[in-house]
Write a protein that binds this ligand. Structure first.
Ligand code: ATP
Ligand code: MG
Length: 230
């Protein structure tokens, strides 16, 4: 049987009286890349924040890496790398300083070594002295990804990592995600770019907080019952 890194059922979140995530089931096997699609405001960020323990669901149950999403959020946070939708690093610090600072905030040991490893892994070492504020969109996302894998997480939750990134940098970021997944990383990545769907093992599509469709690209296409005429 496939081992699931993420296994949640009936996940629900309300803000006031509005249900923004409604009864969603998500299962992601270890080492796979799952794409998380849906229009603006459909509940992707809210779902991701519930999965990494930053938001408490109003209903639902399940586990991330075997830890209960309601009761063991501290354990989950240690093993999950969460890349926020908005760039949240320090423009005045260099790449290296940003990564080191992040490592220090998390109270990690061997900060210089971990920083060097993360920079090398993402090809950032030759830009390590450049201040984050002067980086292009693609390099900013690379820095964010480096900071996100610093603590050697087993799951990556990436919230629109390719938004505002040019096609070449997007392709490179996806190549990097492919390599991380080959090394065993489980990745749930939200995006609005439909061409990125084919880089995912499976897709999850939500709208207005409801799960609309999921499966492989082919399964999703088949479920639409649309025919292409050429
Ligand atoms: N803290 C909050 N308080 C109240 N409403 C919220 C809060 N966070 C999100 N919402 C609302 O919940 C809904 C889902 O938002 P969410 O950010 O999860 O969507 P999304 O799919 O990530 O959208 P986008 O593609 O624009 O990033 C939206 O209507 C949003 O306005
Ligand atoms: Mg969002």
């Amino acid at each position: 049987m496939t081992e699931l890194a993420i296994d949640v059922k009936r996940l629900t979140k309300k803000f006031g009286s509005r249900i923004v995530v409604n009864n969603i089931d998500i299962q992601v096997p270890k080492g796979k890349i799952y794409g998380f699609f849906g229009p603006n405001g459909s509940g992707k960020t809210t779902t991701i924040r519930m999965l990494c323990g930053l938001l408490t669901p109003d209903a639902g149950e399940g586990t991330c890496l075997g830890y209960d999403i309601m009761a063991q959020t501290q354990m989950i946070r240690k093993k999950v790398g969460y890349m926020t939708q908005k760039f949240s690093f320090w423009d005045d610090l260099t790449i290296q300083e940003n990564v080191e600072f992040t490592a220090n905030i998390f109270g990690m040991d061997h900060v210089s070594e971990r920083t060097r490893e993360a920079l090398v892994k993402l090809g950032l070492q030759h830009r390590s002295d450049q201040s984050a504020g002067t980086l292009s969109g693609g390099w900013k996302q690379r820095l964010a990804l480096a900071a996100c894998i610093l603590h050697q997480p087993e799951i990556l939750l990436l919230d629109e990592p390719t938004a505002g990134v040019d096609p070449k940098a997007r392709r490179e970021l996806w190549d990097e995600l492919g390599r991380l997944s080959e090394d065993g990383m489980t990745i749930l990545v939200s995006t609005h770019y439909m061409d990125e769907a084919e880089r995912c093992h499976e897709l999850i599509y939500i709208a207005y907080g409801n799960l609309i469709v999921r499966g492989s690209t082919q399964q999703v296409i088949d479920q639409t019952h649309l025919k292409t005429l050429e």
